[in-house]
Design a protein around this ligand. Structure first.
Ligand code: FES
Ligand code: MG
Length: 571
């Protein structure tokens, strides 16, 4: 037990008029004199009817509370904003930093000694980890868990990898309206977040890999009774964390971050997670260059046979043992000494863990692929870096040269992509500009540029597509994303013109515009900055302060001051 005065004691043991007010107002809600002497545990409930992935959180919270009471703490539930991917326009990414700010300030401003953060949908867990890093009070992430597998005609369906497939086949004329509606009804059949290894599952795995969630938390289906137990254990454990005074900065060390990246690479995790990991590391005062991801990717075999890069989904992952079993397999590549929210090291957590299904979690010695899922590309088109999820790429495009077909914005692409007169063939490189953090704004997940109708009808299902935007973690295809600097800040990507030749070489980690320097200089001198999107409010704050993707798309003023000063030249 730490000797430090708990934050709640400074409120409830206070002998001034304010202590009177705190005690009186709190007791009026039914808490007793005894309750307010115990560690006060904030439970951040992000239930929202605008967020399908958190629809069951009110129930989970009750189990967390039970755990808190049992361990001798007093739970107090509070809300923050909640971000559900499907509704938020122009993109949920615009609001991740707002949620991180909301969460951090709620954690800091109240008489709470520790926090359980309930997250699930894509941007929520990153926002909460960023907040926990900055607030640095004892915290545990409790993810809501994935949906059960969708089912239709004996087939296992995954959101939203199959959402793309069904829409595509409908557009190609292979599915009628009734069949499409049937698929819509079958794909999401329970509470929970997307059940492929998309961003939500990746971030839940990262929370475990970092040591910020209890082992096994990520993969338990949302509606499995064992998630109730996990919720209760999490409530139980946060009280001990307060007593041990174990804080996020003690857990999220450089080594823990490397462990989380190793888990991501072995899982075929989402490219979005790279932006989030960089943002989390920076909140902790650490720089996390894209090269670190590439180095770890090169030395980490791809082991997890989950969609969109493999065959199965989170439900089978859970049955195979979940993240602890994957980490057991990866043990030789992990730092074993990292402290975790269990109060034990990552190595201690993995004692007695086994892999229960080798079709889902491959052996380290016989991996699905010898290296990791994500490659970082450099070259004259993306001096700041760009990403490709190579496990979801068609093998024929690993080395490719093609002529650019350029779209200046998402709207321009939507207008022209299906035009029968569009000068495009299956070897073309589709280029979509102005999708970046400032340009779109908010770096939306529009990087999965649709295949033009006329090529779809010819049976084409993949092409090389490049953008300064993001893709959903559930996407598949040859998609180069996060090109930095983005076109809206004058990056070379903005200078591509129709017919330019572009070279992609994933083995050599290269994305190159085959246009000579002189010509590029000429184009640069004619380049004009687009008008800002917002003239007031949060959008303006976002546009003025958001960092480029390789710096995590955080706001510059949210970085610790020392790091901000150090990075001054690049922000
Ligand atoms: Fe929430 Fe996919 S929509 S995780
Ligand atoms: Mg998503």
């Amino acid at each position: 037990m730490s000797n430090e005065t708990r934050k709640s004691e400074t409120y409830f043991a206070d002998q001034t008029m304010w202590g009177f007010v705190h005690r009186s107002f709190t007791k009026s809600m039914g808490y007793t004199e005894d309750d307010i002497k115990k560690p006060i545990i904030g439970i951040c409930n992000t239930f929202s009817e605008l967020n399908k992935c958190h629809s069951h959180f009110n129930e989970l919270v009750e189990h967390v509370k039970r755990g808190v009471w049992q361990a001798g703490g007093t739970p107090m539930e509070f809300p923050t904003i909640s971000l559900g991917e499907p509704y938020i326009k122009p993109t949920s990414m615009l609001l991740r930093n707002l949620m991180a700010m909301d969460t951090e300030e709620m954690m800091k401003a109240h008489p709470i000694d520790g926090v359980v953060l309930l997250g699930g949908c894509d941007k929520t867990v990153p926002a909460q980890l960023m907040a926990a890093a900055s607030a640095n009070i004892p915290s545990i992430i409790l993810t809501g868990g994935p949906m059960l597998n969708g089912r239709l005609g004996g087939e296992s369906l995954g959101a939203c990898t199959d959402c793309y497939r069904f829409t595509l086949e409908h557009k190609a004329g292979n599915l009628n309206d009734a069949q499409l509606a049937e698929a819509e009804n079958a794909i999401c059949r329970s509470d929970g977040h997307c059940m492929v290894m998309g961003t939500a599952s990746t971030m839940a795995s990262i929370a475990e890999g970092l040591g910020m969630a209890l082992p096994g938390c990520a993969a338990i289906p949302a509606v499995d009774s064992r998630r109730r137990h996990m919720s209760q254990m999490t409530g139980n454990r946060i009280v001990q964390l307060v007593k041990e005074n174990l804080k996020p900065k003690d857990i999220m060390t450089k080594e823990a971050i490397e462990n989380a990246i190793t888990v991501t690479m072995a899982s075929g995790g989402s490219t979005n997670s790279i932006i989030h990991m960089v943002a989390i590391a920076q909140r902790l005062g650490m720089k996390l260059p894209l090269e670190t991801f590439d180095e770890i990717s090169k030395r980490t075999p791809f082991l997890l046979n989950l969609r969109p890069s493999g065959q199965y989904q989170m439900e089978e992952y859970f049955e195979a043992g979940g993240v602890p079993s994957l980490m057991k397999e990866l043990e030789p590549l992990l730092h074993g000494g990292c402290m975790t929210v269990t109060g034990k090291t990552s190595e201690e957590n993995l004692m007695d863990v086994h892999v229960l299904n080798r079709k889902v979690i491959f052996p380290l010695a016989e991996p699905m692929e010898p290296d990791g899922g994500i490659a970082v590309l450099k070259g004259n088109l993306s001096p700041g870096g760009s990403l490709i999820k190579k496990t979801a790429v068609s093998k024929k495009f690993f080395q490719h040269k093609g002529k650019a077909v350029v779209f200046d914005s998402f709207e321009d692409m939507k207008k022209r992509i299906d035009d029968p007169n569009l000068d495009v063939d299956e070897n073309s490189v589709l280029v979509l500009k102005n999708l970046g953090p400032k340009g779109a704004p908010g770096m939306p997940e529009e990087g999965q540029i649709p295949i033009p109708q006329k090529l779809l009808e010819k049976g084409v299902r993949d092409m090389v597509r490049i953008s300064d935007g993001r893709i959903s973690g559930t996407s598949y295809g040859t998609l180069v994303v996060h090109i930095s600097p983005e076109s809206a800040v004058g990056g070379p990507f903005g200078l591509i013109e129709n017919g330019d030749e572009i070279k992609l070489d994933i083995h050599d980690r290269l994305l190159q515009l085959l246009v000579d320097e002189e010509e590029l200089e000429k184009r640069k001198s004619k380049w004009v900055q687009t008008e800002p999107f917002y003239d007031r409010g949060y959008g303006l704050l976002f546009e003025n302060t958001v960092l480029q993707s390789e710096l995590g798309c955080d706001f510059d003023f949210l970085l610790p001051k020392e790091l901000r000063d150090e990075l001054k030249s690049s922000i």
